[in-house]
Design a protein around this ligand. Sequence first.
Ligand code: FAD
Ligand code: SF4
Ligand code: SF4
Length: 482
Amino acid sequence: MSERMLKFVDVSQEMPEKRHADERVNDFDEIYRDYAREKAEIQSARCSQCGIPFCQIHCPLHNNIPDWLKLTAEGRIEEAYAVSSATNTFPEICGRICPQDRLCEGNCVIEKGFESVTIGSVEKYITDTAFDMGLVKPPAPAVERDQSVGIIGAGPGGLAAADMLRRRGYQTHVYDRYDRVGGLMLYGIPNFKLEKDIVQRRQKLLEDAGITFHLDFEVGRDASLDELRARHDSILIATGVYRARDVAVPGVGLRNIVMAMDFLTASNRKGLGDAVPAFDDGRLNAAGKNVVVIGGGDTAMDCVRTAVRQGATSVKCLYRRDRANMPGSMREVNHAEEEGVEFIWLSGPQAFLGDGAVSGVRAQRMRLGAPDASGRRSPEPVEDSNFTLDCDLAIKALGFDPEDLPTLFGAPELGVSRWGTVKADLRTLMTNLDGVFAAGDIVRGASLVVWAIRDGRDAADAMHAYMQAKAEGVAAPLAVAS
Ligand code: FAD
Ligand code: SF4
Ligand code: SF4
């Protein structure tokens, strides 16, 4: 093994410098600065080059982490980038926003007592440096093919598939109802986690590769699924999940009780320079308000931290389980606490109070009872434990379900699960409709960018196999949607 490695015994874990909370709450810029070259190299050298790398096993893309850490430690960025980009379509994005504490870094074997290798930050460093060095090029097809694909959804799942299919030479068309490319990476995830020019830099490369984007194009409104099937040799559904879950408590119809995605989209659009009347007139703007966010996932964390940056008077997060049982990343909770967010654990909303507009939230304390079917302990209300929070903006961040795609797409025959997710065969990744594949959140339910990338890449392989078989007149594998 190279003498450079195995430095974890002598060298402590050091993340890139995190801007102080007092500074970062004044803007929407990313909170970590970049690694300087020497820091990236020495942090990479902490890796012990495991024979069975658990980091890699627990990365959804099975990135070859030990190899790119070693190459980075040796200053061989071009090769590190080649290895890193071989398995990941957007390494610089995953490096920024994967919940590494639950994936690669959380499974690094040197974690106990020594703190894990800073895998995500090095991944970001490699690709950002490769961009600076002009090493990142548009995907170039080796051959041009006549066959075309239609991809519905320009989120990470759709874009990862588009990239892989274009590399194989297919005429690639991506349809999205938004006016910009990126899906939740652009309009959901705030700038302080993922600056928008990072996403738009990728869009430019995909356009340069010859991928055609049809924006402001809603399948169901501007074309039915059948019309797209007639246009293309195969279709990918990668539409994500957008139907926000609600709370059924008295007062929920009062003014200034809003959905998380409306709030976050308004903020992201404002940052992109769009006119956003509902932001300017205060409906979707936390400035000067007592804000209560309901929920404990990543979306709730993004809402509380956005509200802080907009100049809220106070920001509280109400969550019915405790810190240990929340779905959001612990790193995000720590960032939020540093930025002045108050977490009210083991508490759920009972009613919204107010006359016309919300002025308070009546909440009730919870305790954790027996585990439910999923193994998580269910919250149970504690009697006579009500309390009231001042609130002039309540944000509901309770998760998302799929829209009714068969109805929306004018395709009642499209097979969906009882939760509304699109059913895809585990082996062929095809839905029950010939030549129609599916990937990302619309198959898994609300998940992660890295899983959408993985699904998009896998779907591209499956679509390629299907179209090759079609071109050669071989019967395509039978789809049996599970
Ligand atoms: P999406 O990103 O949702 O993209 C779907 C695209 O399909 C959208 O552009 C949409 O406009 C388009 N579309 C939908 N219907 C139609 C139609 N009928 N016609 C045409 N186009 C259509 N994940 C992480 O890994 N890290 C994070 O930090 C993180 N933070 C998050 C924060 C928030 C607020 C949210 C909501 C999610 C977050 N996620 C995070 C989850 C992550 O963003 C998603 O798992 C991921 O974007 C799913 O990718 P996708 O391609 O399946 O769908
Ligand atoms: Fe870790 Fe995500 Fe990168 Fe995989 S893609 S190595 S999980 S940061
Ligand atoms: Fe290196 Fe940790 Fe992965 Fe082992 S688990 S190869 S030490 S990053």
